[in-house]
Write a protein of this length. Structure first.
Length: 139
């Protein structure tokens, strides 16, 4: 790789900084963790530049690196999101937050039934699919 090719790659890659940060923050939910993921993404992209095919989807390639880093860092290190995770502000689990408006005994029975079905459905998903569903749709 020539210096001009590497310089062009760097310029093109930096143009996706905002996109990568938004994705990282959506996954990590913490500013510092998102910043670390983006920084590591660019480091890995520069290290493995030779694996990128010029003219293909650089944004997609960088996003895939970021996602793989997230999976490696958070899922394989046993930092998987727990189904019983609690809300940091209220101390309530996401299951407790379902149907908080009340509704009497019928609502309580329906809530318990829904919680059981959700836990069963989420438990049936592969580990790599479960975390994104919890992070995006439930948390």
């Amino acid at each position: 790789m020539t210096e001009s090719e590497k310089g062009g790659f760097k310029d093109a890659a930096i143009s996706y900084l905002d996109h990568l940060y938004r994705v990282a923050f959506h996954l990590a939910r913490e500013k510092a963790d998102a910043e670390d993921l983006v920084q590591e993404t660019y480091l890995q992209a520069m290290i493995h530049y030779d694996q990128f095919t010029p003219g293909t989807n650089l944004k997609g390639w960088l996003t895939k690196i970021l996602y793989n880093l997230f999976v490696n860092r958070y899922h394989r290190n046993k930092r998987m999101v727990s189904l019983d995770r609690t809300n940091d502000e209220t101390g309530a689990s996401w299951m407790d937050a379902l149907g908080e408006e009340g509704g009497g005994p019928e609502a309580a029975v329906l809530k318990a039934e829904l919680q059981d079905k959700l836990k069963e459905a989420l438990g049936g998903l592969p580990e790599e699919s479960r975390a994104p569903v919890i992070l995006v749709d439930i948390a």
